[in-house]
Design a protein around this ligand. Structure first.
Ligand code: GLA
Length: 415
């Protein structure tokens, strides 16, 4: 059954009527640029063909009800006016948080019934959270726009003009659609203020503005984006995800702790963000005692990672997909040794994929578990899953899930 059919029949079963629409938002794999997005840095993610779909129907009151096909529990009906920080928990906090964030921005949000369904694993470092936020944000926005004029609750204030990104240079350069940026910011706000995960903007941006056959080069300071051609199949390569199945929980402390270390480092260096620091600045601060060893290494990861993103973008602009391996390997080492967000399962996944013929592999996403990516010549792709499964078994790890992904379009209405 297609995702649309599955979510539509789940909606009919639960809400007792047909939905007004179905919206999809993809997961993402970040090619490179990890833990740079909260440092005003560069990222290069791709949207993938695994996604979250939301079937939604407008209500004529101000109540929100959310079901998930992955969760048998009955929804807790919530009045829109009651939503906000501290009021939601569990997976529905992403949906309720987005409704709240949109209302805060002065956008109309109607009462609605929503059913969530996904073929994107949650907690696998593939941005199921951002996908849920994006699909819900599109659903709310389009339900409100479509009417009927049944008194949508309004946040009151007039929406602030969305930030307008200056376009980066290059063929695919263009300012991202302003409304998509506003929805991405609403998702980030929901996650930060309602869910309690102080994330950057990378995931929300790529799931909303990604394009098939392209990686999204995103400057998180200026919000400029460039669609950089990235078509592994045309280069004879398969993009594989290796889900270690070690669940990462990010609302907890390690992610926030890394973020604080970066802020400490920027303050010690006297710069607005680590985007502005050089390796020489870091060396000088280490030798004069302004940075301790751990904070120095956290900052060094960010500074070197930004440089690696630019290197990979330059290679992809020239169509040299297979040549990005050394930069990805450097990223993984830096995340493992300097930023310390990898884990034994991710390290084994990456080492085994490379030994099995991958031209590039590294952990992707926040780390602490989750997934690695591997770019593998088509002829060798079938060998990676058994090799990784065997290596995991030999290390006493639980079985991983290995699957190919296609580089896909960002969120859209499906029905
Ligand atoms: C998570 C966050 C992103 C980003 C990555 C690490 O996916 O949501 O904003 O910080 O971790 O690169």
């Amino acid at each position: 059954m297609s995702l649309v059919d599955a979510v539509t029949s789940a909606f009919v079963e639960r809400a007792g009527r047909r939905p007004d629409g179905v919206w999809r938002a993809p997961g993402r794999v970040n090619l490179i640029g990890e833990h740079t997005d909260y440092n005003d840095g560069f990222v290069l993610p791709v949207a993938i063909d695994r996604s979250v779909v939301v079937a939604a129907g407008r209500r004529d009151d101000d109540v929100l009800r959310c079901w998930s096909t992955g969760d048998r529990t009955a929804p807790v009906p919530r009045r829109l006016a009651e939503l906000g920080p501290g009021s939601s928990s569990g997976w529905s906090a992403y949906v309720e948080g987005v409704a709240w964030a949109l209302l805060q921005e002065g956008r109309p949000v109607p009462g609605a019934d929503l059913v969530v369904h996904a073929d994107l694993p949650a907690g696998a470092g593939l941005s199921s959270s951002a996908a849920l936020e994006a699909a819900a944000a599109l659903a709310f926005t389009e339900l409100a726009a479509a009417g009927p004029a049944a008194d949508p609750v309004s946040g009151g204030d007039v929406a602030a003009a969305p930030p307008n990104g200056r376009a980066a240079s290059g063929d695919g350069a263009a300012a991202p659609p302003p409304d998509r940026v506003a929805l991405a910011l609403a998702g980030q706000r929901a996650e930060t203020e309602v869910v309690g995960m102080p994330c950057g903007l990378m995931d929300q941006m790529v799931v909303l503005t990604g394009r098939a056959g392209h990686a999204l080069f995103f400057d998180t300071r200026t919000l400029a984006t460039e669609q950089v051609p990235f078509d592994p199949a045309a280069a004879g390569l398969t993009l594989l995800v290796i889900d270690t199945r070690v669940k990462h929980t990010l609302a907890g402390s390690p992610y926030a702790e890394r973020r604080r270390a970066c802020e400490r480092a920027a303050a010690a260096l006297g710069v607005a963000a680590l985007r502005d620091a050089s390796l020489d600045d870091l060396d000088a601060a280490l030798s004069t005692g302004r940075l301790d060893d751990v904070t120095f290494r956290r900052a060094r990861h960010v500074v070197t990672e930004n440089a690696r993103v630019l290197e990979v973008v330059a290679l992809l602009r020239r169509g040299e997909v297979a040549a990005i391996g050394p930069a990805l390997a450097g990223s993984h080492r830096s995340l493992r040794d300097d930023y310390e967000v990898s884990c034994p399962e991710l390290d084994v996944a990456v080492e085994t994929a490379v030994a099995a013929g991958a031209v590039a592999a590294r952990m992707t996403g926040a780390g602490f578990g989750g997934s690695a990516l591997a770019l593998v010549p088509e002829g060798a792709a079938d060998g990676v899953a058994p090799a990784v499964a065997e290596a995991f078994a030999a290390h006493g790890f639980g079985p991983p899930a290995v699957f190919p992904v296609a580089v896909s379009d960002g969120a859209a209405r499906l029905a």
